[in-house]
Design a protein around this ligand. Structure first.
Ligand code: ADP
Ligand code: ZN
Length: 625
């Protein structure tokens, strides 16, 4: 809403309330009226004590001390009667104009001060935009530097160069070089594009203006284009500076050449942007426009031409090293328990963006504070991570003992397959505490970032998924619906192996269907569709029987792990490794001692057995962490 309109409303309100109070006050303080005839009668009967005359107004007090008012039509005729009756008579001059209007003048004075105050405050808000039609370009203060952005080594060099342009603009223009005016940052949301642009401004010590691409897109023709021109005018006024346009694809999408009204409007806006950016090169002050998008593919190629957004930097999701550094940045102001390994946390959060990591640290700090801890510990990070990934724990969800057993055996099945097969992701944690939609969970984390997957990895992934169902079947001799998600996941992988990745020998290296390719594959014949389905079924069947054989072979291990889960509810990957190592050692060397691998007294008996060396080592490792 317009601020002047708001101020007007406020003042009208204040005036009305003032009038109301004034009226109430008048009614309270003015004596009641009496008919003139009553007054004359009382005067003749000598029941009036005092009379005050102000012009035609008569204010009188009677002998019973009641004050009242009346109006005399003919005061000169009244005078002799008054004087004869012997009342105490006072006379007053009628009020002058000044006296009548003084309160009104005072009132206006107060109102105008109020008005000035209200409108001055609102104009300060629009200091940078000049008017309030365009309130969306905000100057962001509060300095950020490269210290605040972690894991950007790849783009850093380019950015350092841009800072130099901003700082020593003459150096470049003297030699006739054209300073670039646009930098496009592309990458998934939350990877720190905004942060990077702010840091750029901070490092160069220039003002930073930020607005979203969608702010330009209006239903009314020409508004977007005029906003672009206003933005550039403001930027030139504040040069050198950085203007950040988030989600630039909202204006910079490919021009269609269609007749649709809203398209036309967007194209006008885009054209204005192109014209303004071209105009920059001749301008003698440096303004750098930083655009951000996570859809570089839909940008109009004209935007990317020399002189416009000709520098394009990709900001990707952080890898392990990057995540460690980002954790480091965000834990700077958090008190963490001594000796806590950020690398360990970073390993557990593949695929997290910088924004996710910032959120993780904050959640962990909140969790630790809720438990009234002095420092944030690793377990708090674990809890925060699980909360972010899977939703809140449902500790008191009503699950009966029988179901709990089934869940424990199901998860144990997943975990054992994952631990025993090669080329699988590292087992991170198993839990039978329900969370979000899941009743239990077996979490695996890749040792390193994957970019491609081998066929063995994919097939083993299917086997791990099937392991839960198979374990239930072996132990309880019946099937449950608890495995439906696993089975859907396994089927999806098998389908992609056959129809997208061309990895099945029966169907050959061909794409039949693709989720990612832009063009749909050509339509399939009924026969081919059936062949694909059969091949998918064969893959699942093979995986199923192999996994079943594996789990039957290690039947006792399923029981051991499931019982451990039923007692502890959550078991770490390392603990699973120990259980499995011990089991394998025992199998290898049957005569050697059995009790060594009981978790509770394992450390006491560590030296009992040579064959349990691996067991011993990993236990010590666990203790030292
Ligand atoms: P984008 O603009 O790419 O969507 P933002 O810059 O808005 O992402 O990032 C949101 C928040 O995430 C930042 O304010 C910061 O706290 C955190 N963040 C993202 N990337 C990084 C990074 N590389 N280093 C440190 N913090 C980061
Ligand atoms: Zn499962």
């Amino acid at each position: 809403m317009n601020t002047k309109f708001q101020a007007g409303l406020i003042l009208t309100g204040v005036t009305l309330v003032g009038l109301l109070f004034y009226n109430v006050w008048l009614i309270e303080t003015t004596p009641p009226n009496r008919p003139y005839s009553t007054f004359i009668n009382q005067l003749q009967e000598e029941r009036i004590r005092t009379v005050e005359l102000t012009g035609g107004k008569i204010q009188a007090v009677d002998t019973t001390d009641n004050e009242f008012i009346t109006y005399g039509p003919d005061i000169p005729a009244l005078m002799p009667i008054l004087l004869q009756s012997g009342v105490i008579l006072t006379t007053k001059a009628p009020p002058s104009n000044l006296q009548t209007f003084a309160p009104l003048i005072l009132w206006f004075f107060i109102l105008s001060i109020l008005w000035g105050y209200l409108t001055r405050k609102s104009s300060a808000k629009n200091e940078f935009t000049g008017n309030n039609r365009f309130p969306s370009a905000k100057q962001i203060t509060g300095k950020k530097t490269f210290e605040d952005v972690a894991g950007i080594d790849e783009v850093r060099e380019e950015l350092v160069e841009i800072i130099d342009f901003l700082k020593h603009q003459e150096k470049y223009s003297q030699l006739g070089g054209r300073i670039p005016s646009g930098v496009l940052l592309q990458g998934p949301p939350g990877t720190g594009k905004t942060l990077l642009a702010r840091a750029l401004a901070g490092e160069a010590s220039v003002p930073f203006f930020s607005l979203g691409g969608s702010d330009f897109v209006e239903m009314f023709a020409g508004v977007g284009a005029s906003r672009v021109r206003e933005l550039f005018q403001m930027a030139k006024k504040n040069a050198p500076c950085i203007v950040f346009i988030d989600e630039i694809d909202a204006i910079g999408g490919k021009r269609s050449g269609g007749m649709n009204g809203s398209h036309e409007e967007r194209e006008q806006t885009l054209n204005a942007l192109l014209v303004e950016m071209d105009g920059f090169s001749s301008h003698d002050k440096t303004v750098i426009i930083v655009g951000a998008t996570n859809r570089p593919d839909i940008l109009d190629p004209a935007l990317l031409r020399p002189g416009r957004f000709d520098r394009q930097l990709t900001v990707s999701l952080p890898n392990l090293k990057g995540r460690i550094k980002i954790l480091d940045v965000h834990t700077r102001n958090v008190i963490t328990a001594s000796g806590m390994s950020l690398a360990h946390i970073a390993q557990g959060i593949p695929g997290f963006s910088g924004a996710d990591i910032a959120n993780l640290v904050n959640e962990a700090a909140l969790i630790a504070a809720r438990k009234e801890k002095k420092a944030v510990e690793l377990v708090d990070f674990e809890e925060a991570k699980d909360k972010i990934i899977m939703g809140l724990e449902r500790k008191n969800a009503a699950i009966n003992d029988n179901e709990r057993r089934i869940i424990a055996y199901h998860e144990a099945g997943h975990a054992i397959v994952a631990a025993l097969l090669p080329e699988t992701d590292r087992l991170h944690k198993i839990t039978i505490i329900p969370r979000g939609q899941a009743l239990g969970l077996t979490q695996q984390i890749p040792f390193e970032e994957h970019y491609t997957y081998s066929l063995v990895y994919l097939l083993n992934r299917i086997k791990v998924l099937l392991g839960g169902r198979i374990s239930e079947e072996i132990v309880f001799k019946q099937l449950s619906t608890g495995a439906s998600n696993d089975i859907a996941g396994a089927t999806a992988i098998a389908r992609r192996i056959v129809s997208e990745w061309g990895m099945s020998s029966a169907m050959g290296a061909m794409v039949y269907h693709s989720q990612t390719a832009n063009q749909p594959a050509s339509p399939l014949s009924e026969k081919t569709t059936r062949e694909i389905d059969l091949e998918i079924r064969r893959i699942i069947r093979d995986c199923y029987s192999q996994t079943e054989a594996l789990l039957r072979q290690h039947n006792t291990l399923i029981h051991e792990l499931a019982e451990l889960l039923l007692v502890n509810e959550t078991v770490d990957g390392e603990e699973v490794d120990i259980v499995i190592q011990c089991y394998l050692n025992r199998n290898e060397n049957k005569k050697k001692t059995d009790h060594i691998c009981h978790r509770s007294d394992a450390s006491a008996d560590l030296n009992a057995d040579e064959g349990a060396d691996a067991c011993k080592e990993s236990l010590q490792e666990e203790e030292s962490q």
